[in-house]
Design a protein around this ligand. Structure first.
Ligand code: ADP
Ligand code: MG
Length: 465
């Protein structure tokens, strides 16, 4: 073991090379090492839920990596330590204030009764829960298991342990579905609670309208007094909307202080939402952050089967396998493919079969060609920017070369399964940290710089025709 760096930080370094950045941020970065020796590591997580989750899902993985460094058997113990790393010092006392928990407990105990008052207040449109988005209709697999469990825990004990709950994941992966499932379950148990599902866009419109009509006070009051559970969808929409963020911040505080549950969804991790005030981003990290990843093949098959049985579609096994193999990006597309195949079958009066599915989706299926490898990606990026492959692998720092190099690194990471150190080697022996920061930088640029985004989209189309 290298004595200049601790066992745990060495392990974390290795972990960071083996898991994707969101998994790292969600499950590993909150870990604090309380005690370490080659014989034993005591690792603390900020709450019981995360502790159980990490112990259950990653114990063997962590153990292997730690033992690689320690060179001997190392016992690992997981504990809970509320003052996790993510909570900024100044906010710790607020987090621990008993007031909030008591309020929530009290409300749980007496079956609870805030917000029975209807009418008045925030507009009631766009406020219904989609009855189909239940937990029972949600198919659980590795990719969404943690998020699903976290949502169920929140529905069981709203306002108590994981507040706020922050769900994040790419589009069409089930965020809205889970958000509504929480709302439906809470309503089932507490029919008189006021559960408010709304999109960040609707909230923004309410704020704009209230400012215009000079009744901001009544909007604020209505949330404070009439909301037991706030389910805010697509919070990334608040990016750059300073005034709405400010209102949301105050709404958030007054609900949180009185033990009301808040659940927020986003397509990005809090810190990655551009132009989101730091104080909001930090509040989102007070509770629990759960990510949803794209579903793996088995889950895609199970989702199709569930959907088919809900809609009374007779879907042969080979067809669901065919669809699940070809439609990978997200669940919404998968559902769209099923609907299209079903429509095609009923219009043409044929049975659903693989051949029919192929015909119905012929414009949409990804070609079965091989995915691009690192060499092809580097060559394509070089060609796009009129550079030579050797430029991209050189140490030249001029922006005209360094930016294409960063883009190439990002694309290799995104489109292949190479690790950061492997990628560094492909680029003339760069350090893995150079690759990590290149990937981060390009991710940021993708959000802020339309011309870079277009270039990258163009290159990707070229690589995956
Ligand atoms: P997001 O809000 O993340 O963009 P949605 O929640 O709108 O995604 O999901 C898109 C569609 O896919 C919805 O019809 C939803 O019911 C369905 N869906 C997503 N994930 C699952 C799942 N795990 N099981 C069943 N249906 C799912
Ligand atoms: Mg959604």
């Amino acid at each position: 073991m290298n004595s200049s760096s601790s066992l745990w930080s060495q392990a974390l370094e290795t972990i960071s090379q083996r898991v994707n950045p969101h998994v790292l941020e969600t499950y590993f970065e909150p870990i604090r090492c309380l005690e370490e020796s080659p014989e034993k590591l005591r690792l603390a997580l900020p709450n019981k839920f995360l502790r159980d989750w990490v112990a259950h899902s990653y114990q063997a993985f962590i153990q292997d990596i730690v033992e690689e460094s320690s060179g001997q058997q190392t016992e690992i113990e997981f504990t809970v330590d509320v003052v996790g790393q993510r909570v900024p010092r100044a906010e710790v006392s607020t987090l621990r204030a008993p007031r909030r928990k008591e309020a929530a407990l009290r409300r749980e105990a007496d079956g609870a009764a805030l917000g029975t008052a209807p009418a008045a207040g925030p507009s009631r449109t766009h406020r219904h829960l989609n009855e189909k988005y239940t937990f029972a209709n949600f198919v659980c697999g590795d990719s969404n298991q943690f998020a699903n469990a976290a949502c169920k825990a929140v529905a069981d004990h709203p306002g108590l342990n994981y507040n706020p709950l922050f769900l994040f994941g790419g589009t069409g992966l089930g965020k809205t579905h889970l958000l509504h499932a929480i709302g439906l379950e809470i309503k089932r148990r507490h029919p008189d609670w006021n559960v408010i599902p709304l999109s960040a866009e609707t909230f923004t419109n309410e704020v704009i309208q209230s400012i215009r009509e000079n009744r901001m006070d009544s909007l604020r009051k209505s949330y404070r007094e009439q909301c037991d559970v706030l389910l805010m969808d697509d919070i990334q929409f608040l990016a750059g909307k300073d005034r709405t963020q400010e209102e949301f911040f105050h709404t958030f505080n007054s609900l949180h202080e009185t033990g009301r549950q808040i659940v927020v969804t986003s397509d990005k991790y809090p810190n990655e939402i551009p132009d989101l005030e730091e104080r909001l981003a930090s509040r989102f990290q007070w509770g629990l952050i759960a990510d949803i990843q794209p579903p793996e093949l088995e889950t895609r098959v199970a989702i199709l089967e569930k959907k088919a049985s809900l809609d009374g579609i007779n879907l042969p096994e080979d067809v669901s396998m065919f669809l699940a193999t070809h439609v990978k990006k997200n669940v919404r597309e998968l559902e769209g493919a099923l609907v299209r195949v079903e429509a095609f079958a009923s219009i043409t009066g044929q049975e659903i079969s693989v051949e029919l599915a192929r015909q119905a989706l012929k414009d949409r299926l990804a070609p079965e060609g091989r995915p691009p490898d690192a060499d092809r990606i580097i060559k394509t990026v070089a060609g796009f920017f009129n550079l030579k492959v050797s430029d991209l692998c050189s140490d030249r720092r001029h922006k005209a070369v360094s930016q294409p190099r960063q883009i190439a690194m990002y694309l290799v990471r995104d489109l292949t399964s190479l690790s950061f150190p492997d990628i560094g080697r492909r680029f003339g022996g760069k350090d893995h940290s150079t690759v990590i920061s290149a990937c981060k930088k390009v991710k940021r640029l993708l959000e802020t710089d339309a011309s870079i985004r277009q270039s990258i989209e163009y290159i990707v189309r070229d690589l995956t025709p």
